[in-house]
Design a protein. Sequence first.
Length: 345
Amino acid sequence: MTSVIETTETPARPPAGPPSAGDLVPGLVWAFRIHPDGSAEELAPDAPIGDRHDGWLWLHFNLADQRSGLWLDQASGLPPQALALLRGADRHQQVHVAEGCIYGVVADLVRDLNRVTHQFGHLRFAMTERRMVTARHEALHATELARQRLREGYRLKSVAGLLDTVIDHVADAIDGLVDDIGSELDGIEDRLLSRRLGDERAELGRLRRLSVRLHRQLLGLRNLLLRVERDGGSAIPALLQLQHVRLIQRLDGLDHEVVAMRERARLLQDEVGARLAAETNRHLDTLTVLGSLFLPPTLISGIFGMNTKDLPLAEVDHGSLWALALMALSSLAVYGLFRWISRRR
């Protein structure tokens, strides 16, 4: 019995072309499709994302994955300037408008597991009328809250509404930090008034540094919105129009609170420093008085300790007791002198 083995040649695969929107997206943390009615549909990050014509997409990337840069360059459809900023290392808050695209960098608080930290990270974004692309190196607090709101059914009116939501959550987080600073300052002030001083100077220094960082980030975010309002104007499409006036007013109010907390911490630090200086002076005064009281007895004991002839009381009975009495009288004389000087003042 003869067996026949048929062989078929496997056709060669064509060379891989640039990735498209329907391919798997490397480095994607999450994705949402926002429908025309504003409702959000969460998409699986490990599945192809189709480029449909209804609504728009929010794609959020982790820049720690180097492969995400290739996809952004070849399939994001963003202007080269926006791509350069998304993949760059510039940590300065900024915003630019070019070719129907708004792109920039905004500050956001870093998220550690389920809590917000005091450290600032940076969210890089680029938005067109059909797509919002955001990217980060660390997990960010306000961005995660925006994601949770979409999961809970929050409806977005426009692409810019997503950035408005993120900035609102940044302001909420800073507002919470300002409340925490105020509570800590209240506790330090209570301890200061009750004269229970501890390590308040270190605590106040930490609170001042935090308030300075908050002020800098708020000022940068406010200037960013002012620049969009000044430079963009009517040239920005309606879907990309941010709520400048409302956000600027809120950031101004927060910045005033932060500056007030910073000045309050500085005044408390000055008062703590004055209290500690006064306490140090009291201790020095005590040491000075003690040294002055023991200086005459020391002089007398030094005289009687000389190994020379004709020392006083050397041949007198109970001479040591007389020497001790003389030393005590000298201390009492100095004490009386101090009391007389204090009464004269």
